[in-house]
Design a protein around this ligand. Sequence first.
Ligand SMILES: Cc1cc2nc3c(=O)[nH]c(=O)nc-3n(C[C@H](O)[C@H](O)[C@H](O)COP(=O)(O)O)c2cc1C
Length: 195
Amino acid sequence: MDKPKRVMAAISGASGAVYARRLLEALPSFYDTIYLTASDNALGIIKDELGVDTLADLMPHAHLHKFSMLNYTDLSAPTASGSHDYDGLIVIPCSMGVVGRIAAGVSSDLVTRAADVCLKERRKLVLVVRETPLSLVHLRNLTALTEAGAIVMPAAPAFYHDPKSIDDLVDFVVDRALRALGLNTHIIYGWGERS
Ligand SMILES: Cc1cc2nc3c(=O)[nH]c(=O)nc-3n(C[C@H](O)[C@H](O)[C@H](O)COP(=O)(O)O)c2cc1C
């Protein structure tokens, strides 16, 4: 029997809650279990940017059973341990505060601990970062994380796919994030792939 496919998605306190909502719509097509958590700062930004009060409002209703909500501070959650079998962690959007804490090995909450686990176990760690401009501190932290095995993806949409709406731009970033997780997605066709 195939082992269940599990992934963790985390939302940190950076602008770009719309990216998280789109990712959560897409993940159930690929995974049996999606562990989900968000920081208090993230919840505030989600309310400001999307006008919703709870994380549950971001989950696709048809696939609610696939989501397992985890408390941001719960260091006894399954994904805090390398002994729990899950494929990886995606942080979307990912703040520079979280980048700094992961880069420094400060595993003080579930996201930074799960990131630590993914790096030490050589699992996927995808960071969809959002900040501009970037300071030298940010760049050094992002370099350290790349050297440690993370995939750093700026939330920077392209324009070659002829986007007509904000949704098209969001889809581009989320499609690339899904591919960075190793998934075979076709939300957006790659350059030269459109028939
Ligand atoms: C409204 C608002 C927007 C923010 N946007 C960003 C952002 O786009 N990028 C970033 O790196 N930090 C941003 N921050 C700062 C982060 O929230 C802060 O670094 C925090 O420590 C992130 O970690 P947390 O989600 O674990 O709280 C923002 C904060 C607020 C209040």
